[in-house]
Design a protein around this ligand. Structure first.
Ligand code: NAD
Length: 247
């Protein structure tokens, strides 16, 4: 019997070109999955498994999902990971365009990929969808209000879809990372304004495990939810935040 945890699974991971998506892609592939990435970023070198897709564009999503289903026959796992932080300013300074853009990528993108993958999972009578929320989809903080709103929306979209599709063997769960060392939080640290430095200091002090996470810490959570090990889990929120929200 194989000991690979995701053997023969056909997985789509959005935002797979970097950060948490790339870590999940590498871990799942190492566990026997075929992983197709959707991303707006150009691959560093030609990569037949990385499709250029803007998840907020329904035509692009529909075409890419159809291509995966046609080439690989099915889609077992969808990881809705693509996301942007949006504007770093208080709610009254955020423009309508900035607000709409962060919702378009984070919320509409998650919904569009789900919408187009679900019919293939319904046909198969099984599937696992993993939605990347955040600890900031659970608790509030200063600096990025629109982002919090998107991640809270993803948390409840997850639960609604979990209930809707459970009778069809499709599980839907959310992952809630804390502060993870990818270029996103690093770019926050590159902001040397007193406000940003204080925010960074407070974040570190408020993590009981005393450090930021690494992308692999989140990838293991994604692997668990993607694999059949989590077969009795749906509508749940997997918090991987070094204890930040435990206080
Ligand atoms: P990242 O910027 O390293 O990676 C995001 C990827 O998504 C990039 O490759 C980017 O090109 C892609 N992307 C952006 N817009 C897209 C679009 N419209 N269509 C397709 N792809 C698009 O970010 P990350 O830190 O790896 O974050 C990944 C996810 O995890 C995001 O949803 C983020 O909100 C969430 N998250 C990250 C952290 C953290 O500390 N890094 C914490 C909590 C949640």
């Amino acid at each position: 019997m194989s000991t690979l945890r995701a053997e023969n699974k056909i997985c789509v991971i959005t935002g797979a070109a970097s950060g948490l998506g790339a870590a999940a892609r590498d871990l799942l592939a190492g566990e026997g999955a075929t992983v197709i990435g959707f991303d707006v970023a150009e691959p560093v070198s030609p990569d037949p498994l990385l499709f250029r897709v803007d998840v907020s564009d329904e035509h692009a999503v529909a075409a890419a999902v159809a291509r995966v289903a046609c080439e690989y026959g099915r889609i077992d796992v969808l990881v809705n990971n693509a996301g942007i932080p949006g504007p770093r300013k208080p709610a009254h300074e955020v423009t309508a365009e900035e607000f709409d853009r962060v919702f378009a990528v984070n919320v509409r993108g998650t919904w569009l990929c789900t919408k187009h993958v679900i019919p293939h999972m319904l046909t198969a009578g099984r599937g696992s969808i993993v939605n990347m929320s955040s600890m900031y989809g659970l608790v509030g903080n200063a600096l990025i209000p629109a982002y919090h709103a998107t991640k809270g929306a993803i948390r409840l979209m997850t639960k609604a879809d979990a209930v809707t599709y459970a009778p069809h063997g499709i599980r839907v769960n959310s992952v809630h990372p804390g502060s993870i060392e990818t270029h996103s939080p690093a770019s926050v640290r590159a902001d040397k304004t007193e406000k940003a430095l204080a925010y960074n200091r407070r974040t570190l002090e408020s993590i009981p495990l005393g450090r930021r996470g690494e992308p692999i810490d989140i990838a293991y959570g994604v692997l668990y939810l993607a694999s059949d090990e989590s077969r009795y889990l749906t509508g749940s929120e997997l918090v991987i935040d070094g204890g930040y929200t435990a206080r």
